[in-house]
Design a protein around this ligand. Structure first.
Ligand SMILES: [Zn+2]
Length: 675
């Protein structure tokens, strides 16, 4: 027998700031299937994960929920583990990046990198919220797009969603902090940088050593061509993370300590298990295999930064990084409005996890192509493959054996049956699993299931039992059918662990291993057959969609105190400073070169004003003309690229089609003050 491989596998760490959804589950199910396959084949395979617990978003969410980051991440960690367990994702260890092990590893790596001359310091300018007393990540600054051909309002500080241009927050016109609503200032701060370019040669060799899918290598080549940029690995206080040793108010950026969390989780496991040795897996000369399963959005981090950081700090690099594509539902991006943004929990409330495990397996390959969950196809595929083909084999044979033979299998197989062929496919199917060609593996397995059903169709045991003297034949045929079923369950065990367990009880055997296909079950008593899977009713998938929509509505009408907590209380005097007036919209025209803006002429009771409003996505000009609305009349006029804006229309809503202007009740007249 060949030596057992030592394999360490990770999935990307879920960020402890929101619940898992079916998009996340692609990766965890893909990884879990691969790991279960390795274990089934007798390899020494360890699967670790953790919740990714640091960073500004977690700090702010905790603040908003009036709790501590520690409490938030503990709660999210519990929720993750509950969801994973019910989806039958079986980690050897699930931990958190906010751990003593992780801190120690990160500090040690940072020290080695510094000594090796791989860390530099320089002063950068960054948006700063004076009101909140903190530096703002790009996504926390919003304003008008600086592209003179665009000018879209309400865009993030790093890129414009309307025209796609990228810039820095300081370039925005009228930038505001999304935290306080105040205008950010620019402040200087010293940051620490990882000098990625020091590793350019090492990385080029590493990337081209067959560790990555060709499409990923192409992507990386583009990045090499542009040149490897230094990576900013520090953040200023306030921040939730690990402080940089020897510095004041400086923290490691969450992205530095997150992948180290893979190692920390493994170390945490090693402390509990005497048979595992951390160094054996992470020393530069390690013979163990290390694989990271990730989404295609974090290739840069895992294929450039991470191997360079590992190499620079004296550890081995990953054997391979396996990236997958995103999930679409019914052919489109997951959408809250369409009810296709489905949380892991919502799915579990309605359907068995193995249906999704099977469907994802049937769609997954080794490339970074997106995979689609078409809900109709999902139901019909599960019904026809799992219920109609696989389980059907067992249910067709079991009855004859329990009725006529007290559940006893024959002493030999039908030599004319396809058992040999089933066993002969084993290495081909194993290779598909190994190469993450799960869709191919499922096709191979279902072709065998068809073969088994055809065998039973041909032999017609239900006809044979009608005539006396055929008993032995019937027993042998059904024994052959059940042994074919048993081989299929071995092949499907990585995908369907719970169903296989039920099948093991039915067959009255110990847990099946891959090797068991070579020794058929003969002269062996089986248990009474119970249905192993039931059909999906389209009403069930419809209920999932409906529940996902309700989820959204519940959120929208959520606790108002929570939603308004972002803004400070003000005095009546503060409010009195705002001059709100009823105004009639008299003329509306589109603005040349601006996708979102309308130019409005409003009448404030004798006085006409020109106002620009970013409401074009929700209103046609003719809809607005003649309407009464409310205008902030004493807003300082703003010079925009298209002209002067002398006020502001009041409107509500998240944007897009959902913008609603404020309209006063009947009888209000232009010029009236709103108090
Ligand atoms: Zn733009």
């Amino acid at each position: 027998m060949t030596e057992r491989r030592k394999i360490l596998v990770t999935s990307a760490l879920p960020y402890a700031n929101g619940s898992l959804h079916l998009g996340h589950m692609v990766e965890y199910l893909q990884t879990d299937i691969w790991v279960r396959f390795q274990k089934l084949r007798g390899q020494d395979c360890i699967y670790v994960c953790a919740s990714d617990a640091h960073g500004t978003p977690i700090m702010l969410t905790a603040e908003k929920e009036r709790t501590t980051p520690e409490e938030l991440i503990a709660r999210m960690g519990d929720e993750f583990q509950q969801d994973f367990a019910e989806f039958l994702v079986e980690f050897d260890n699930f931990y958190t990046t906010h751990s003593a092990e992780n801190r120690e590893l990160v500090e040690g790596m940072y020290r080695t990198l510094t000594e090796g001359g791989h860390i530099s310091k320089r002063v950068i300018r960054q948006a700063y919220d004076e009101d909140r007393g903190m530096f703002l990540p790009d996504r926390y600054v919003k304003g008008q797009c600086p592209n003179p051909n665009c000018g879209a309002l309400d865009q993030y500080g790093d890129s414009c969603e309307v025209c796609g241009s990228t810039y820095s927050p300081g370039d925005l016109i009228d930038p505001v902090s999304v935290l306080s609503g105040t205008r950010p200032v620019e402040r200087e701060s010293e940051h620490f940088f990882f000098r990625l370019d020091n590793f350019a040669d090492m990385l080029k060799t590493w990337v081209n050593a067959g560790r990555l899918h060709p499409s990923v290598v192409n992507k990386l080549e583009e990045w090499f061509d542009v040149g490897l940029q230094d990576w900013d690995i520090s953040r200023d206080a306030p921040y939730f993370g690990f402080e940089i040793p020897g510095e004041q108010d400086k923290y490691f950026y969450v992205w530095l300590d997150a992948p180290v969390g893979y190692m920390a989780s493994f170390q945490h496991l090693c402390a509990r298990r005497g048979d595992l040795n951390f160094d054996q897996y992470w020393n530069p000369d390690s013979k163990a295999e290390v694989y990271h399963f990730i989404g295609k959005d974090i290739i840069y981090f895992h294929s450039l930064f991470w191997p360079a950081v590992l190499h620079g700090s004296g550890y081995r690099t990953p054997t391979a990084v396996y990236a997958h594509g995103f999930l679409t539902v019914n052919g489109q991006k997951m959408s809250k409005a369409r009810g296709t943004f489905i949380k892991a929990r919502t799915y579990l409330d309605h359907l068995k996890p193995e249906y999704l495990r099977y469907y994802y397996a049937a769609r997954l390959g080794p490339s970074i192509e997106d995979i689609d969950l078409n809900l109709d196809d999902f139901a019909s595929r599960v019904n026809s493959d799992l219920v109609g083909k696989v389980v059907n084999i067992a249910s067709r044979c079991a009855g004859f054996l329990s009725k006529g033979f007290e559940g006893m299998l024959a002493g030999e197989l039908d030599p004319g049956g396809p058992q040999t062929e089933f066993v002969a496919r084993s290495e081909r199917i194993a290779q598909c699993y190994e190469d993450r060609e799960f869709a191919k593996a499922m096709r191979e397995i279902m072709a065998l299931a068809d073969l088994a059903n055809r065998y039973i169709d041909d032999k017609k045991p239900w006809q044979l039992t009608k005539q006396e003297g055929n008993e032995q034949d019937v027993q042998r045929i059904c024994t052959t059918g059940l042994n074919l079923f048993r081989v299929l369950m071995v092949y499907l065990k990585p995908v369907l662990p719970a169903m296989t367990k039920d099948a093991e009880s039915f067959l009255n055997t110990t847990p099946l291993s891959w090797e068991d296909i070579h020794t058929p079950l003969l002269s062996h008593k089986i248990e009474r057959f119970k249905p192993l899977a039931s059909r999906i009713d389209p009403a069930q998938t419809a209920a999932i969609v409906a529940a996902s929509q309700e989820d959204l509505e519940a959120k929208d009408t959520g606790n108002p105190s929570e939603k308004t907590a972002a803004l400070e209380e003000i005095d009546l005097e503060d409010f009195a400073k705002v001059d709100l007036r009823v105004a009639r919209i008299v003329k509306v025209s589109p603005v040349e070169g601006a996708d979102k803006l309308l130019q409005l002429t409003v009448d404030l009771g004798g006085e006409k004003r020109q106002v620009f409003a970013g409401i074009k996505s929700a209103y046609a000009p003719e809809e607005l003309e003649g309407k009464l609305t409310v205008v902030v009349a004493n807003l300082k006029p703003r010079k925009m690229r298209f002209g002067l804006s002398e006020g502001m229309i009041l409107a509500a809503g998240p944007g897009g089609k959902e913008i609603f202007i404020v309209e006063p009740g009947q009888g209000a007249k232009p010029g009236m003050r709103v108090k």
